[in-house]
Design a protein around this ligand. Structure first.
Ligand code: NAI
Length: 333
């Protein structure tokens, strides 16, 4: 297939180029994000390949359909950026990479957690300036903390296991209970209990209308004072303005985020020469107990290889008309 590849970065190109000789697909790599202005780049291709901030909304999908591009392969697991109902009505088929390396994301959540609670981000800068003082660097143990995990799918399960290994009590909320996790010692509970009891909360559920602003003023009030919140899932799970208020009141003791509600206009780009217009992220960056990474939790060699391999296999299945292993499609509630 001829594939228009949007939001292409050097690491994407490198991982796909390593595997493409074994597959019969040709890629046109475009740095541009997919939107109404760039969708025309798909002209003459059989499929498009997109990432998390490439929006497949009605206007883009309609244009794709007019260009007779009926195949979409997402290089990611989450698909909140896709209007599945409209895509289905146009006969556009969409596949994703459901799990490329859940451990990559879970380990990044751990990295965020360990950094904020042990203040290694501050220590790193201090030591580089020959400041070996320990004042202000007191951390907390992870051992014996109560960790609340929201969403125990592929990534949440991996995170639960890491936390159990560190000697924590792990509470979890999901629509489906994972029997293996229960056997390992995870306790399923409801959201009220999780928010009340956890000293560390990590978000691993998808962004849906139900989970948007799951962390809001009311929920923050219910939490333990000084709670650590980690979000490697999707930015809009947290209402940014509410968490800023909670950080100011010291209700939230630590915040580690790899995703941000307004990340679309910021992440995956070098804006170091620009004037930052986003007041909320600017405010977040002023807190010493907040650590932000730019949606890099997936970014390991192993994960990139798996993303490329699954995407190429998804294209094979789309081309051959076989049953689609990783199709996502609109289902009536
Ligand atoms: P998954 O589909 O394996 O697991 C998601 C789990 O969340 C499921 O068990 C589901 O039942 C549960 N869930 C759904 N709604 C819920 C709710 N309202 N409350 C509690 N649980 C709920 O997905 P996976 O692979 O574990 O990924 C989780 C999320 O991580 C993705 O949706 C994506 O947004 C994010 N992600 C972030 C990456 C990054 O680089 N930062 C990379 C990959 C995924």
């Amino acid at each position: 297939m001829k594939v228009a590849f949007f939001s292409a970065k050097s690491y994407d190109k490198s991982s796909f180029d390593q595997l493409t000789p074994d597959f019969n697909h040709q890629f046109s790599y475009f740095e541009a994000k997919l939107d109404q202005d760039t969708v025309y780049l798909a002209h003459g291709h059989d499929a498009i390949c997109t990432f998390v901030n490439d929006h497949l909304d009605q206007k883009v999908l309609k244009k794709l359909s007019e260009l007779e591009v009926k195949n979409v392969v997402l290089r990611c697991a989450g698909y909140n950026q896709v209007d599945l109902k409209y895509a289905k009505s146009l006969g556009i088929r969409i596949c994703r990479v459901p799990a490329y390396s859940p451990e990559a994301v879970a380990e990044h959540a751990l990295a965020l957690l360990m950094t904020v609670v042990r203040k290694t981000h501050k220590a790193y800068n201090r030591v580089r300036e020959n400041n070996f003082s320990l004042e202000g660097l007191i951390g907390i143990n992870i051992f014996k903390q109560t960790v609340g995990v929201i969403g125990t799918g592929a990534i949440g399960s991996a995170f639960c296991k890491i936390m159990l290994g560190m000697g924590c009590r792990v509470l979890a909320v999901d629509h489906y209970e994972n029997k293996d996790l229960k056997k390992l010692g995870v306790t399923y509970c409801n959201l009220d209990e999780l928010f009340n009891q956890s000293t560390i909360i990590s978000l691993h559920c998808p962004l849906t209308p139900e989970t948007k602003h799951l962390i809001n003023d009311k929920r923050l009030e219910e939490m333990q004072s000084g709670v650590a919140i980690i979000n490697t899932s999707r930015g809009a799970l947290i209402e940014t303005k509410a968490v800023i208020k909670a950080l100011k009141k010291k209700k939230v003791g630590y915040l580690g985020i790899d995703v941000y509600e307004q990340e679309e206009d910021l992440f995956f780009q070098d804006l170091s020469e620009e004037i930052l217009q986003d007041e909320d992220i600017a405010r977040l960056m002023t807190f010493p107990n907040v650590l932000i990474t730019g949606h890099q939790a997936f970014l390991t060699r192993e994960a990139l290889h798996q993303i490329a391999l699954t995407t190429l296999n998804n294209l094979n299945e789309l081309e051959s008309g076989k049953q689609l292993t990783n199709e996502i499609t609109f289902k009536k509630a």
